[in-house]
Design a protein around this ligand. Structure first.
Ligand SMILES: [Ca+2]
Ligand SMILES: [Ca+2]
Length: 85
Protein backbone atom coordinates (compact mmCIF):
# COMPACT_ATOMS: atom_id res chain seq x y z
CA UNK A 1 0.00 0.00 0.00
CA UNK A 2 1.26 3.42 -0.94
CA UNK A 3 0.41 6.66 0.77
CA UNK A 4 -0.68 8.05 -2.59
CA UNK A 5 -3.42 5.43 -2.79
CA UNK A 6 -5.15 6.96 0.19
CA UNK A 7 -8.10 9.23 -0.51
CA UNK A 8 -7.23 12.89 -0.31
CA UNK A 9 -10.17 14.43 1.47
CA UNK A 10 -8.47 17.60 2.55
CA UNK A 11 -7.30 16.01 5.74
CA UNK A 12 -4.82 18.01 7.76
CA UNK A 13 -1.23 16.93 7.33
CA UNK A 14 -0.97 15.78 10.91
CA UNK A 15 -3.69 13.23 10.26
CA UNK A 16 -1.88 11.85 7.25
CA UNK A 17 1.31 11.64 9.19
CA UNK A 18 -0.53 9.87 11.94
CA UNK A 19 -2.05 7.46 9.44
CA UNK A 20 1.38 6.51 8.19
CA UNK A 21 2.55 5.92 11.73
CA UNK A 22 -0.55 3.94 12.47
CA UNK A 23 0.01 1.80 9.40
CA UNK A 24 3.44 0.95 10.74
CA UNK A 25 2.05 0.18 14.16
CA UNK A 26 -0.72 -1.92 12.66
CA UNK A 27 1.72 -3.94 10.60
CA UNK A 28 3.94 -4.50 13.61
CA UNK A 29 1.11 -6.06 15.58
CA UNK A 30 -0.44 -7.92 12.69
CA UNK A 31 2.00 -10.72 13.41
CA UNK A 32 0.80 -13.12 10.71
CA UNK A 33 0.43 -10.30 8.19
CA UNK A 34 -3.10 -11.13 7.11
CA UNK A 35 -4.21 -7.51 7.30
CA UNK A 36 -6.29 -8.00 10.43
CA UNK A 37 -5.53 -7.94 14.10
CA UNK A 38 -7.15 -10.89 15.79
CA UNK A 39 -7.75 -11.34 19.50
CA UNK A 40 -4.33 -12.81 20.16
CA UNK A 41 -2.56 -9.99 18.36
CA UNK A 42 -4.82 -7.47 20.08
CA UNK A 43 -3.79 -8.84 23.47
CA UNK A 44 -0.16 -8.24 22.59
CA UNK A 45 -0.97 -4.70 21.46
CA UNK A 46 -2.79 -3.85 24.68
CA UNK A 47 0.01 -5.30 26.79
CA UNK A 48 2.49 -3.18 24.92
CA UNK A 49 0.34 -0.12 25.54
CA UNK A 50 0.01 -1.12 29.18
CA UNK A 51 -3.76 -1.11 28.78
CA UNK A 52 -4.58 -4.74 29.24
CA UNK A 53 -7.28 -4.85 31.88
CA UNK A 54 -8.03 -8.54 31.77
CA UNK A 55 -9.67 -10.92 29.36
CA UNK A 56 -13.30 -9.86 29.88
CA UNK A 57 -12.46 -6.22 29.34
CA UNK A 58 -10.36 -7.10 26.34
CA UNK A 59 -13.19 -9.00 24.71
CA UNK A 60 -15.55 -6.06 25.20
CA UNK A 61 -13.00 -3.64 23.79
CA UNK A 62 -12.29 -5.91 20.86
CA UNK A 63 -16.00 -6.16 20.03
CA UNK A 64 -16.29 -2.39 20.13
CA UNK A 65 -13.39 -1.92 17.76
CA UNK A 66 -14.45 -4.71 15.42
CA UNK A 67 -17.22 -2.59 13.90
CA UNK A 68 -18.28 -5.11 11.23
CA UNK A 69 -18.03 -8.02 13.65
CA UNK A 70 -15.92 -10.27 11.45
CA UNK A 71 -13.63 -11.25 14.31
CA UNK A 72 -10.67 -9.20 13.19
CA UNK A 73 -9.65 -5.56 13.44
CA UNK A 74 -8.82 -4.26 9.99
CA UNK A 75 -6.81 -1.10 9.43
CA UNK A 76 -9.82 1.20 9.15
CA UNK A 77 -11.27 -0.10 12.38
CA UNK A 78 -7.86 0.26 14.01
CA UNK A 79 -7.54 3.88 12.91
CA UNK A 80 -11.07 4.74 14.02
CA UNK A 81 -10.34 3.25 17.44
CA UNK A 82 -6.99 4.97 17.76
CA UNK A 83 -8.37 8.41 16.90
CA UNK A 84 -11.23 7.93 19.32
CA UNK A 85 -9.02 6.73 22.16
CA1 LIG B 1 -3.31 -10.96 11.89
CA1 LIG C 1 -13.61 -6.17 11.52
Amino acid sequence: MHATDLPQCGMPKTNELMRAELAELFQRYDADGNGRIDMEEFERLLRRLGEDRGQANRAVQFAQIDADGDGGIDFDEFVAWWLRA
